[in-house]
Write a protein that binds this ligand. Structure first.
Ligand code: NOJ
Length: 543
């Protein structure tokens, strides 16, 4: 694939305020060596595709040394690349090429927990109770006469107790899998280590960090019980995520960590940023992670959770924009990621789900702020619901029966046989199998095809970059044009762009908003207006 006029990085330190960031789930993006697993060299080879798609930056999920119990979110060495994904040299070559194409690179940082294979945890196990080595994690004695019960009632997000007992009788905390022990962020060595890890990657040119479990590093003093658990109520504690307060999340002291990180980011040129994967009780508490002395962004998962209705979207958009005004930072819109069912499927699957997903993309890309795309959404990929259980690798699957593997199936690039060009020519391996229906969804099958989802994304991203009304982070003006319809305008330099989404049950005539410039389904002209089909969206322009 050739790229016309590759542009170098802009010098704009505020690039992240209106960027479109493409999330690469490294394991499933592109496999350069035919082992069935995506890698850094594979990303490097596909950079021209991403440049042509029109995104501004990539967010790479963890590629560090890891036993891969939780897809790399269990890090054993924060300063090296897992051989499965390549070498540090591959990373450097990839980021150099990305920058030459004008693409920025955001990497994941996983500070809440390490892998149980991390040298610190191995040393903690070997050193025994009361040792300095154990202080870097959260070891505690159990309750009960012989310490045979966990220290408190906390539950793992992946199901079951958040504590595991080691042979000498102590317990250690793991808010996720037992292979992901939580670090003690009240320990100065932990803080110093991660500040150094930030510098390590900043020195290698990364443009930003996505902070995993950014709300989790500080636990309430005394490790108090939550007061309810699956055992007592049949309801999992994780149901409170984003709705209530938990003693292991969103503690005030966590903000001290980010106040120490921000000057480090600011000491590098070119606008190095950080985005929090944080869950808080209210949008107001979430907003506390953002600001000139803390982080640049926090994902707005409410948009991802909105149902397919004009009212639902309007409510979350209004709340998010109001918060963003208060904190002076852009909203980050997300429809899908590697942890959630793909939105084609969430919106109804099949043709209906795809139509709605395409419309939602136009809605998201017309909103002010930063948009995060998840690899494959530009192809309209659905969730793979029928993976055989024995192939599923999500550690949560065994504990809860829920699995995130269905949104992590390798990307189809080309060809007639699975895995559809995921690896080099002739390679038949992929760590999860792609369904046969994905042949028609591959990049090659959609590129240059009018009306394909890929071409829709390319067109929308092109307009988003060029249209003055979509540039910047300016506000929106809602238009009341009827039930089931979501419509808003953005203005600049005498031109107006109006996005209209039809979530109702019949086609609607739209007029008075100018000329359609992109639509998720074909519009028909009717007496000077345009008929917008059900489950679709369009952008209209008036100059
Ligand atoms: C959030 C990540 O997105 C998810 O994939 C991971 O399992 C947990 N954090 C634990 O690191």
């Amino acid at each position: 694939m050739t790229v016309s006029n590759p542009s170098p990085l802009t010098s704009d330190a505020d690039w992240w305020r209106s960027a479109v960031v493409y999330q690469v789930y490294v394991r499933s993006f592109a496999d350069s060596n035919g082992d069935g697993i995506g890698d850094l060299q594979g990303i490097r080879e596909r950079l021209p595709y991403l440049r042509e798609l029109g995104v501004d930056a990539l967010w790479l999920t963890p590629f560090y040394t890891s036993p891969m119990v939780d897809g790399g979110y269990d890090v054993a060495d924060y300063r090296d690349v897992d051989p499965m994904f390549g070498t540090l040299g591959d990373f450097e070559a990839m980021i150099t090429d990305a920058h030459a194409l004008g693409l920025r690179i955001i990497v994941d940082i996983v500070p809440n927990h390490t892998s149980d294979r991390h040298p610190w945890f191995q040393a903690a196990l070997a050193a025994g109770p009361g040792s300095a080595e154990r202080e870097r994690y959260l070891f505690a004695d159990g309750k009960g006469e012989h310490g045979e019960q966990p220290p408190n009632d906390w539950e793992s997000i992946f199901g079951g107790p958040a504590w595991t007992r080691v042979p000498d009788g102590q317990w250690y905390l793991h808010l996720f899998d037992p292979a992901q022990p939580d670090l003690n962020w009240r320990h100065p060595q932990v803080r110093a280590e991660f500040e150094d890890v930030l510098r390590f990657w900043l020195d290698r040119g990364v443009d930003g960090f996505r902070i995993d479990v950014a709300h989790g590093m500080i636990k309430a003093e005394g490790l108090p019980d939550v007061g309810f658990s699956s055992m007592t109520t049949g309801r999992r504690q994780s149901e409170l995520l984003g709705k209530g307060r938990l003693p292991y999340f969103d503690q005030d002291e966590v903000h001290d960590i980010y106040r120490a990180w921000r000057p480090i980011l600011d000491s590098y040129p070119g606008g190095r940023m950080a985005v929090a994967e944080a869950w808080a009780e209210t949008p107001q508490r979430l907003a506390r992670y953002i600001g000139p002395d803390e982080l640049h962004q926090a994902f707005s998962f409410d948009f991802l959770d909105a149902t397919w209705s004009a009212d639902s979207f309007r409510k979350v958009v209004d709340t998010a924009l109001a918060e963003s005004t208060i904190v002076g930072a852009p909203t980050t819109w997300v429809l899908s990621n590697h942890d959630r069912q793909r939105h084609v499927t969430r919106y109804g699957d099949g043709d209906v789900g795809l139509r709605r997903a395409r419309a939602a993309a136009l809605l998201m890309l017309a909103l002010p702020g930063c948009a995060y795309l998840y690899q494959g959404e530009e192809l309209g990929l659905p969730e793979v619901l029928d993976l055989p259980d024995e192939l599923r690798q999500d550690p949560a699957f065994l504990r809860t029966g829920e699995s995130r593997d269905g949104c992590r199936v390798p990307i189809p690039w080309s060809g007639d046989l699975a895995p559809y060009g995921f690896g080099p020519a002739g390679s038949e391996l992929s760590w999860l199998p792609a369904p046969t229906t994905w042949r028609a969804l591959s990049v090659a099958a959609q590129a240059g095809v009018p009306g394909s989802t890929l071409e829709l994304y390319r067109a929308a991203l092109r307009i988003r970059h060029q249209h003055p009304a979509l540039a910047g982070t300016g506000g929106i003006t809602w238009q009341e044009i009827g039930p089931g319809l979501l419509a808003f305008s953005r203005h600049a330099d005498g031109s107006t762009l109006t996005c209209v989404v039809n979530t109702g049950d019949s086609a609607v005539r739209v007029d008075g908003h100018g000329t359609p410039i992109v639509a998720s389904e074909a519009l028909t002209e009717q007496d000077g207006g345009h008929l917008l089909p059900v489950d679709s969206a369009a952008w209209f322009e008036r100059r």
